[in-house]
Design a protein around this ligand. Structure first.
Ligand code: HEM
Length: 370
């Protein structure tokens, strides 16, 4: 524990003189008798600064997670550390997603009082937001068309160079992928889990087909054809999971991000989440999904805010405004593959039984001593 070096004064410790003198409305600086200070510009600055402070804390925790997750072997104790920090990020997001409500007490007319003074500054230049995106796993190549140019294109040279370099360091998504690829258990001597799983799927799909055929008499030709077509698509979706070539094609098209091996092992964790050794990895993946979902909520919320303030006007950074932001919300997902794993879940009663020897490895094996 650190030793106290002398009396500490609250204002000094928090550097409040400095901190509270960082809210300088431009409309105050350029105020005239006809055009006085815009009262709500202070709120605009304070809300943005509050976000940037939270972004700072998120990066502080995310960096700690990345350092731990980079280790060649992630120990059990590392998992609780990673989970604790990711959980904190999730909670921060819960708080800051409601900051928009406060900003919306400013009316669009009040915003117009100072908006022109901001051009060409824009949220595009929030380097902390970009850093979070990159560290989670969203890079320039993941963007769509015009969005790609906007990603780092509105930054000054120094910031662009720093963030471009960051794109070449391992993100949370890539570290998760590498860790999943190393996960054992699914392919042991005397037990190939995936053969067993595919047998279960075959059985489920045959049962489904039998149900459709049995109900044929009650279905119109159109409905029957539709149900059989849906079944064909489901079979193809399952088959693609085990076809590495087809999988790699989907990754190249940008519809999936993780390698086939990583996705299969993530699925194993989801299916057997109740086994003690898989509980923490499952919890970790769940929080990663929550973080992804919370950022998507933030993006939609922010897109609505932009529409409320600007209508169909373009943004100060030159994008199409609300239309651009809504598209970015749809597209800019990190852990989308984890969400889509639900496609391949099957009822517990149909899960292949794990051999006793492997089940033992998935338990903590704490046998009573007395
Ligand atoms: C009156 C309130 C706001 C309006 C009208 C608004 C509008 C916009 C618009 C139109 C864009 C697209 C880029 C452009 O053309 O400028 C944008 C981007 C952005 N804004 Fe805001 N914004 C507001 C508040 C905020 C707040 C409070 C934050 C908090 C940090 C924020 C963070 C961002 C970020 C990070 C981007 C980049 C998003 C991306 O590229 O995916 N904005 N904003």
């Amino acid at each position: 524990m650190h030793k106290n070096q002398g009396p500490v004064y609250y204002n000094d410790y928090l550097m409040l003189d400095k901190f509270l003198s960082c809210q300088e409305p431009l409309s105050k600086k350029f105020a005239t008798k006809e055009d006085p200070e815009a009262h709500d510009e202070t709120l605009f600055i304070v809300v943005h600064q509050a976000y940037e402070l939270w972004f700072k804390q998120i990066l502080h925790d995310l960096d700690a997670v990345l350092t731990t997750f980079k280790k060649p072997t992630v120990e059990d104790s590392d998992f609780s550390y990673i989970i604790q920090r990711l959980d904190r990020i999730r909670k921060i997001q819960g708080v800051f997603n409601s900051h928009f409500e406060i900003l919306e007490t400013m009316t669009p007319m009040d915003f117009l009082e100072f908006r022109n003074l901001l051009i060409p500054a824009s949220g595009f230049q929030s380097t902390q937001f970009r850093e979070i995106e990159i560290k989670l796993g969203l890079n320039t190549v993941d963007r769509q068309g015009v969005d790609r140019e906007f990603f780092l294109g509105r930054l000054n040279e120094k910031d662009r160079a720093r963030l471009s370099a960051l794109e070449n360091t391992p993100s949370l998504l890539r570290l998760l992928e590498k860790w999943l690829e190393r996960t054992p258990f699914t392919n042991k001597e005397n037990f190939n889990f995936w053969t067993e799983y595919q047998n279960s799927i075959q059985k489920i799909l045959s049962d489904d087909e039998a149900t459709i055929q049995a109900n044929v008499a009650h279905l119109s030709d159109k409905d029957k054809a539709m149900q059989l077509e849906n079944l064909r698509i489901t079979k193809e979706t399952f088959a693609n999971l085990f076809n590495e070539e087809a999988h790699n094609k989907i990754v190249a098209e940008g519809a999936r991000k993780l390698s086939q091996k990583a996705i299969l092992n993530a699925l194993f964790i989801m299916l057997y989440r109740d086994e003690p050794m898989l509980t923490m990895p499952h919890q970790m993946m769940t929080i990663m999904m929550d973080i992804d979902e919370n950022f998507t909520t933030w993006r939609y919320r922010h897109a609505l805010l932009a529409q409320r303030m600007l209508g169909t006007k373009i943004g100060t950074g030159g994008s199409s405004g609300h239309t651009y932001l809504k598209k970015a919300a749809d597209n800019n997902r990190v852990f989308v593959d984890l969400f889509n794993l639900s496609t391949y879940l099957i009822p517990r009663s149909r899960l292949p039984k794990i051999p006793a020897e492997i089940k033992k490895q998935l338990n903590f094996n704490s046998t009573p001593t007395a």
